[in-house]
Write a protein that binds this ligand. Structure first.
Ligand code: ADP
Length: 407
């Protein structure tokens, strides 16, 4: 059979004509996949060598074979229904003797042919040796990835350390000149350098306020870098928390008055003396008051409260022995300190992240996003915890717990 076949053979998008049947058969025989080409009614036109071998079809008998009923074990109408519903390719599972195959069926509209490819199921599942990666190779790859990650992590740590050192030295350099400037403001405002007009006093007071803000910022950097470089050592002493917080409230009262925000402080008299770091707790409370004042509009109120607290740590936070003890607490085991304001509040989705380093939510106020991060480190160093929630009178309420059993 060497005559030119009447029907064109479709290859990709190009229609080839003038090919001898022998040439087409040789071409198809060279393909590794088992291929069967049939007419719309299922009568087989061509079976390539691979298909003859896999499906066990003799050359002499394939023109008698029906693709749909015999090879695909389905009915032609069903196949065309699927194709007409927009399916470009139809996948079937078929059995031939003891063998199972995956068949994929495509319809070529122009000569109106159906082409089916058959792959033995066990062949499909067998991995290609060329792409098979040995366990050894996988382990090596994992080792390399681990080493690269470690190197990147160490590099990041070093860069982070350099940043902390830079921050600390810049802040340190700024500290002395700022102290000098503030000292001169105090001298001038006290009238030691001559009488001031009201206008001059107003301007000087405003400048002093800005200078104080700078001082706070610089000390924030110094504290942060000290905490970052692992220099946080608690000076634990038996102290009175009411005195500690009262001092902070007094230190801030002038700034509150200037802005027209009321500061209400109340401390439960039953709080006993206990061991804590006086300065560090003052710093944590001051950072919360600073924020409360910053975010509360004039006419608002900030409430600072401290009282004894029964702290029932969650199961994961305590050992089983402590857990058994917790219901028999004879007296409060901690102190709760809260700062509530009547400002705009903080959206719940930011309640966690504001305690991270350099995180700022409200871009309309000044700050470095370090105040809460520092407060959190200081409280956690006391084995305490700090969180924020919505305040009852609107605004936000920051609370920290300090355990009273510091050793
Ligand atoms: P900073 O105040 O320097 O920006 P903080 O760590 O103290 O940094 O606070 C982080 C962010 O949390 C602030 O930028 C602000 O958006 C928000 N925040 C803190 N305290 C309050 C508060 N009392 N009311 C509203 N927002 C607050």
């Amino acid at each position: 059979m060497t005559g030119t076949i009447a029907n064109p053979v479709v290859a990709g998008s190009r229609v080839l004509t003038g090919f001898s049947r022998g040439a087409v058969v040789s071409l198809l025989d060279a393909i590794e996949t088992a291929l069967v080409v049939a007419r719309r009614d299922g009568r087989v036109l061509l079976v390539n060598a691979r298909a003859r071998k896999s499906l066990g079809i003799e050359l002499s008998e394939y023109s008698e074979t029906n693709l749909f009923t015999e090879l695909l074990q389905t009915d032609a109408a069903q196949v065309f229904r699927e194709i007409e519903s927009g399916k470009h390719e139809l996948r079937l599972e078929v059995a031939r003797g003891d063998e199972k195959f995956f068949a994929s069926v495509q319809w070529i509209p122009e000569p109106d042919w159906v082409v089916a490819q058959f792959v033995r199921q066990d062949e499909q599942q067998r991995p290609d040796p060329a792409t098979q990666i040995t366990v050894q190779e996988l382990l090596q790859e994992r080792e390399i990835t681990y080493r690269n990650l470690l190197a990147a992590y160490l590099k990041l740590q070093e860069v982070n350390r350099q940043k902390t050192v830079f921050l600390a030295s810049a802040a340190h350099e700024l500290k002395t000149p700022l102290a000098v400037i503030k000292g001169y403001y105090d001298l001038m405002l006290a009238g030691s350098l001559g009488k001031l007009s009201d206008k001059q006093r107003d301007i000087l007071e405003e400048s002093k306020e800005s200078c104080e803000r700078l001082v706070r910022l610089v000390s924030m950097f110094l504290n942060y870098s000290a905490l970052e470089s692992g220099k946080l050592v608690l000076q634990l002493r038996e102290n009175d928390l009411r005195d500690c917080l009262d001092e902070v409230a007094k230190r801030w009262s002038e700034a509150f008055q200037r802005k027209g925000v009321k500061l209400e402080a109340s401390f439960d008299p039953s709080i006993p003396n206990f061991r804590f770091d006086y300065q560090k707790v003052q710093q944590a409370a001051a950072n919360l008051l600073d924020n409360a004042l910053k975010h509360t509009p004039s006419g608002g109120t900030v409430t600072l409260h401290a009282g004894p607290h029964f702290w029932e740590r969650r199961v994961s936070e305590v050992s089983p022995i402590q857990e058994r003890r917790r219901f028999r607490l004879p007296r409060p085991n901690s102190v709760e300190v809260s700062v509530a304001d009547t400002g705009p509040g903080i959206p719940a989705e930011h309640h966690q992240e504001i305690f991270e380093d350099f995180v700022r939510v409200d871009r309309n106020t000044t700050g470095m996003g370090l105040g809460l991060a520092i407060a959190k480190r200081l409280i956690q160093a006391h084995r305490g915890k700090i969180w924020v929630e919505d305040g009852q009178a609107g605004g936000s309420k920051f609370t920290f717990l300090l355990p009273m059993d510091q050793s």
